[in-house]
Structures are given as structure tokens and as C-alpha cells.
Design a protein. Sequence first.
Length: 270
Amino acid sequence: MNLKNGQPKSKDGIDLYSAKDFEGMHAAGRVAAEILDEIVTSVFPGQTTGKLDAIIEQLIENKNVDSATIGYRGYQHASCISVNHVVCHGIPGDKILKDGDILNIDVTVIKDGWYGDTSRMYVAGQLSRKAERLIQVTHDALFKGIDAVKPGKTFGDIGHAIQTYAEANRMSVVRDFCGHGLGRVFHAPPNVLHYGREGTGPLIEEGMFFTIEPMVNWGRPETKVLSDEWTAVTRDKSLSAQFEHSIGVTKDGVEIFTLSPKNKFHPTYS
């Protein structure tokens, strides 16, 4: 183990945290998950993404935590809301949700200096069978990735587990965006790719904190970023879904910091 600026590091230069630090991450992650639980009843046809963001911002204020995204690189919203073929970083605004729209809501809060980062899928109105299948595969792909986390394995093992599962279901994994380290900063090494080969990449070690957040497309994996320099969409306009958890590596596996307190992580609440 290396030590740099007082922070223990893995042999690959990734921050390693203590058991006490896990407590801070659990507290921050729980607040972020609570907010996503509480927004469920506000997602319906006729609602705007801007109103959803305003509700989230008020919830953040009510919980006496800070938004990590307001002011981040010029971003001015408390959430990213990505609808249908928007892959990630959708900007809340005047868009009105229609019956059957699917959307990812991504929230990051700061509590006592720790970052809680999570996202999940929602549906406005009636969920189509096609969208339901995409959401289920994406949800399950996330947990395939989480199941691959264990000291001694590699980050390539995580990506491989996600990629092979999505592709076995004839869907594709986005390559242009990835998970990331976090803790007392929003983004840190490592980049957590959602595709890859087993046994490649940095070694997973106890005490690492990072997100796993696969984006899975019904069609091809290619994306493009719109002129607002934030919103990423599928190039072929196919539907996209994403789920995200923040996790910490333990001596024999993982702890998930952003579990839903009300078991509403999946939009059908299964």
C-alpha cells in the first residue's frame, strides 16, 4: 500500500479508505437514495423534467445536504434527467413527460464531505414490454458487475460481466461513459468501464470506493453529445437505460452505499 498526501493508495494509485470512512459513505448514499425514493410519486405523464429537478433541489435543502452538481463545471441543476433515447446527462427543463416515457434520474449529494451518487430508472404512466425488458436487463447487468467485485479480481472482470450479460440479451453497452472513483471528491480514479476482458485493468483492493453505472442501449452502443455540451443521446435513436450504485470494497466483497430504503430502486419495485 502506498501513502500519498496522507491518503493510502493501492499499487495502481487508487485511494483506499478505512472502516470509519465507510460510515460516511453509507450516510451520504442513504440520503441520495432517499431522495430518489421520494421523487417516485412526482413522475407521471404531464410532469416536466424541470419541475422534477425543482422538487429534488428542495428535498436536498430539506435534508441539510448539498448538491454536488449545482455549479459543477457550470451545470446549474440538482439532477440529470435522461428520457428515452438520452443516454446520460440530460438537462432538466420544459420537456413534458408522455405516457410510456422512461427516464433515468441521477442525483449526487454531499453530506459531511462525503459524496453519495446514484441513479435509477422511472416510467411515466404505462411501461411498454420493450422498455420493461431493457430496464430489467440494465438493472441485472449492474448487479452482475457488482457481483464481480472482490479483492484480487480486476476492473476488467466488472466490465466483462456487464458486457457479456447485456450482449447475451442482444443489447449493447455504451463505451463513451463509465463509472468512477469517489469519496471526498466527486470523480477520482479509477475509470470503471462497463465492458472489457477478464483479468485486465487495475487490481481491486479492500477499501476502494467507486460507482458502477452501466448504460445499456436497445440498439447500437454509439452515442453523441448535443450542442448543449451535456446531453448524450444514442446515435440510432434507440432507447437507453441506466442504473447506478456507489459501492465500497470489503475484505470479501462489497457494501452498497446507495440501496433504496423503500425498495424502490427498480421502477416496478420488485
